[in-house]
Design a protein around this ligand. Structure first.
Ligand SMILES: [Fe+2]
Length: 373
């Protein structure tokens, strides 16, 4: 019996419901009305630039009051969260939908979890438990992808403390996810490249994780194959069917790493990203080849399985994709600033703890040397 129980991850928290298909977003406000008559729709700029926002709002039932709020863009900070919480509290919402990329969904999640709390945001960011009930959070990704729609994690920057880390709580898990590939048709090429490579790295790290299970392995390997087969076509034609595959693969990846975590790439990406102010997907993508080389002895047959999924050597395939998308390392030839703090934060990261090969202080320094060479 214990073997059967061990097949399940010890704590499996996934979205309550997921609806998918082109046009699925048109009934978003009707679906959300089931959570209450007052809601907030936090969205990115791209939703206004296209005609998606007006078509979503047009479907709103007359007895439901929805306040649209525009997310500021860029990686979310506690200061932005504080401002948005003020606006949100004024509306007294029963639910919040985050319609946008990972940053928008992460902000909406944090608003859902912190709406009724009264403590300092920095304390919750430092790990204090959420001490008031959350409102339902609905996730609608417009990029592929952070996988944020499938996790209970909100990644935020505390600029005052120069720290980028997560608020994690089961209450932040989406009650409803809407996967509509039509929302990806206006995605700019740079966003497609950066977020698509983030999804690729996340799928590789989930499959490589020392906390991986048969379940995360199946989800992650499927995602690696789908991303590999569709990312270039999606980059060339965002309105193509490749968007369906990328959106699905990004979601599968989020489901996988929501319980098996990631690895040393994400352990390094947060301290590097906040100090060098570089896009998360770019940082992750350029860190992947040297960290894969470091991990390879610990991966055994799993490395071969990933090579089979991309029909190439995995490191060479990653380098090829970086070149295809014109993604150059912002670190090559640069000086490592704040080396001691970067190493310390990398070693303390929950992502690094899931890396398939243990990372020592000397290893972290050597990886930094390789990334900055
Ligand atoms: Fe990521």
């Amino acid at each position: 019996m214990s073997d059967a129980i061990d097949i399940l991850p010890p704590d499996l928290i996934w979205p309550a419901r997921t609806v998918s298909g082109r046009g699925a977003v048109e009934t978003l406000t009707q679906e959300c009305a089931g959570f209450g008559r007052r809601g907030i729709l936090l969205h990115g700029h791209s939703l206004v630039d296209g005609d998606h926002l007006s078509s979503i709002m047009a479907g709103c039932p007359p007895n439901v009051a929805v306040l649209p709020l525009c997310s500021p863009g860029g990686e979310p900070t506690l200061a932005e969260l504080d401002r948005l919480l003020g606006e949100a509290r004024g509306h007294r919402p029963d639910w919040i939908a985050g319609v946008g990329g990972g940053s928008t969904m992460d902000l909406a999640k944090a608003i859902a979890g912190l709406l009724h709390t009264r403590g300092e945001l920095a304390e919750y960011h430092d790990g204090a438990p959420l001490d008031a009930p959350a409102i339902p959070f609905v996730a609608v990704p417009t990029t592929a992808g952070s996988g944020s729609e499938a996790t209970m994690v909100s990644v935020l920057i505390n600029e005052a403390a120069t720290v980028k880390k997560s608020i994690r709580d089961p209450a932040l898990m989406a009650r409803l996810v809407v996967l509509d590939p039509g929302l990806l048709s206006d995605c700019p090429a740079t966003v497609i490249a950066h977020s698509g490579m983030d999804a690729f790295v996340q799928a590789v790290e989930a499959y490589s994780s020392c906390k991986a299970t048969w379940l995360s392995d199946r989800l992650a390997l499927q995602a690696i194959e789908m991303i590999n087969g569709s990312i270039e076509a999606f980059y060339a034609t965002p309105s193509s069917a490749a968007a369906d595959a990328m959106l699905t693969a990004s979601y599968l990846t989020g489901l996988a790493f929501s319980f098996c975590r990631l690895g040393a790439v994400h352990g390094l990406a947060h301290p590097l990203g906040i100090r060098y102010r570089q896009a998360h997907g770019l940082v992750c993508a350029v860190c992947l080849p040297p960290i894969l080389a470091f991990n390879r002895p610990a991966l055994g047959k799993k490395y071969e399985a990933m090579c089979a999924a991309v029909s190439d050597d995995l490191i060479e395939r990653t380098v090829h994709l970086l070149a295809c998308f014109g993604m150059r390392s912002p670190f090559a030839g640069a000086d490592v600033v704040d080396r001691e703090a970067i190493v310390s934060e990398t070693l303390a990261s929950g992502s690094t703890a899931a890396n398939p090969r243990r990372v020592t202080e000397a290893d972290a320094n050597e990886l930094l040397d390789a990334i900055f060479s």
